[in-house]
Design a protein around this ligand. Sequence first.
Ligand SMILES: [Zn+2]
Length: 231
Amino acid sequence: MSDDNKDRERARKAAAYKKNRELLLIKAAIYRANNKDKIRESQKAWVLKNKETLKKKHREYHAANKEKKNKQSKLHRLANAEKYEARLAQYREKHREKLRNQAREYYHNNKQKRAAYAAEYRKANKEKIQAYWRSPKGKTVMMNARHRRRSRISKTSTVASSEMLALKRKAKSCYYCGIKTKALTFDHIQPLAKGGAHTLDNLIMACAPCNSRKCAKDPHIFARQVGLLLI
Ligand SMILES: [Zn+2]
């Protein structure tokens, strides 16, 4: 067929299609409705046959439209925040054990990376961190952490943090040197490191210099050093 004939044939087909468009569309819809399973099967087969090509195209499209796609999904997430949160919570609940193990594994396998990141963060956020530890929340967090540490070491914790707070509020001066100050720290008379218990009757308030001088010394040796004991 010559090029002229080809063009003519194409124009004829286009005209016929235009003329019968509606009828053709109806016919196609009827065919689809009657052959749902067959169509689905052949579509599936086609997708399976062209899996690699489709994957490649998909990847190429994503690479070419990365920013657009990211922006789109970000907007979608923002617009459907509650739905996403709910789905995320559901996922976490369902895969709790797996996620925990993953986190543990990551924690152990990335010690250096974590340390480097933490150091970087501390360096970049020095003032923010200092402000946090000075804030009421930071102070409570620190106190609870110390409390847990003491309990862990002594294994005989019977003191509640509320009792410790009460002790701190009541104290007006250092147990060892008697200096009047509000900047008092907790001290175990018999140090935890020497088997002392983390109990209320083993706790006193001491000024920072006395506390650091005493450290984990035996209370009698320390008392002698600061002149509280003569023998
Ligand atoms: Zn003191």
